[in-house]
Design a protein around this ligand. Structure first.
Ligand SMILES: Cc1cc2nc3c(=O)[nH]c(=O)nc-3n(C[C@H](O)[C@H](O)[C@H](O)COP(=O)(O)O)c2cc1C
Length: 377
């Protein structure tokens, strides 16, 4: 991947939002599913990530689903005809078998459709932090430098990193980013910065949502040597616009908001949408989104990729759509369909159709039946 070319326009004086690189955030476990990554790519996301995995786990299960690549990835393009980059994310600390893992990825990169390796220094998981991985490493930048050095030594693939503004809300990414710039300079492909801290207790999220300072600090610290991608609670054109207007950002990474609304990348980039909230959509548009989703699912349903279209996977995928749909309408799930119930319910194709009909009562009768039957016929 020629990272310099990829981000070139984003460093120029920008004429439109389309000069920014759009990325789908890694979300465990859902972005493991290549259907989701393909769906986001055809809507404008150029960087896609499989979610985090420990090097030792990756080496133990070399044939598993983390390797699943997007079908015919070379033919998958964004709406403006650009190629997309599918990557994998490693979560490691010094002492982990980083060398073996990145060599393994390197050897099979073409076969498994991996074009970059991202290193996770951001995960706030309660099982991850005590093991001194992910976001915990933000407390000690030297360990981050060690992990990056080790990975970089043994792969030819671009290495990117994903961080948060810091461990605490009072932290800034300045020291870490300038340290990384001094050690690695342009050899780091890009840095995605989540503007939320690792420790989120007592943090006012309404303030985080409008905060562009962490991006500004990261941009200043890398002195134009490394592209910076903004991440964290980006949900609408308005959120993007605040960042774009205030800092010279190179890209945007969207996670949760994209999983329930795959056209968010497209909606934000398309100049004719400027000023329109990507959330503000009508019934017909939502139906079109489902049409697109099920069309891709159908592509994967035969052969070994059929495992990505199982009832379990479908439930996971639909969860985000339902959540987004209800939240954007300020509604709750109908009685008896709480989100935990949704996740634990065992559906047959028929009972799934009935449940979805209850949740989306304004959809034309037969729509769910048509879509669900197209997978489980
Ligand atoms: C359920 C869930 C799983 C996540 N898994 C990962 C992961 O595997 N790797 C990672 O770097 N970030 C992970 N994240 C963080 C997201 O990548 C992203 O940084 C975060 O959700 C903020 O972006 P958003 O507000 O657009 O969702 C996860 C977040 C959620 C909600």
């Amino acid at each position: 991947m020629d990272v310099k070319k990829l981000f070139a326009n984003s460093f120029q004086k920008k004429n439109n939002l389309g000069d920014n690189i759009m990325a789908l955030a890694p979300i465990e476990p859902i972005t493991m599913n290549p259907i989701i990554r393909e769906l986001m790519a055809i809507n404008g996301a150029r960087l896609l990530y499989r979610p985090k995995i420990l090097p030792q786990h990756l080496l133990k299960a070399p044939n598993w689903q983390y390797w699943a690549k997007i079908k015919k990835i070379s033919q998958v393009k964004t709406p403006s005809g650009e190629i997309v980059y599918d990557g994998i994310q490693i979560i490691a600390r010094p002492g982990d078998p980083i060398k073996k893992a990145v060599r393994y990825i390197d050897n099979y990169a073409n076969k498994i459709g991996i074009r970059f390796i991202d290193l996770n220094f951001c995960c706030p998981g309660y099982k991850v932090l005590p093991k001194r991985r992910g976001g915990d490493l933000l407390k000690d930048p030297e360990t981050i430098i060690k992990v990056i050095s080790e990975a970089m030594k043994f792969t030819n693939l671009p290495i990117s990193i994903k961080i948060r503004k810091g461990f605490l809300n009072s932290d800034t990414p300045t020291k870490l980013c300038s340290h990384i710039r001094r050690e690695f300079g342009e050899n780091i492909a890009w840095i995605s910065v989540n503007r939320a801290p690792v420790k989120m207790e007592n943090v006012d999220f309404s303030l985080i949502k409008n905060d562009f300072k962490p991006f500004e600090q990261a941009i200043t610290a890398v002195e134009g040597k490394i592209p910076i991608i903004a991440n964290g609670s980006i949900e609408t054109y308005h959120d993007i616009n605040i960042i774009e207007k205030n800092v010279n950002i190179n890209g945007f990474m969207i996670g949760r908001a994209a999983l329930g609304n795959q056209t968010i990348f497209h909606d934000i980039l398309d100049p004719k949408y400027s000023g329109i909230e990507a959330n503000n959509i009508d019934n017909a548009q939502i139906i079109l989104k489902f049409e697109e989703l099920f069309k891709i699912i159908s592509k994967y349903k035969n052969g070994s990729s059929g495992r990505f279209c199982s009832m379990g996977e479908l439930k996971k995928i639909l969860f985000y759509y339902i959540k987004h749909y209800l939240e954007s309408q300020n509604k709750q799930l109908p009685t008896g369909y709480g989100f935990s119930k949704w996740n634990s319910s065992k559906f047959s194709p028929d009972s799934l159709v009935r449940a979805l009909f209850k949740i989306f009562p304004t959809f034309p009768e037969g729509s769910w039946e048509k879509w669900i039957k197209s997978i489980f016929n």
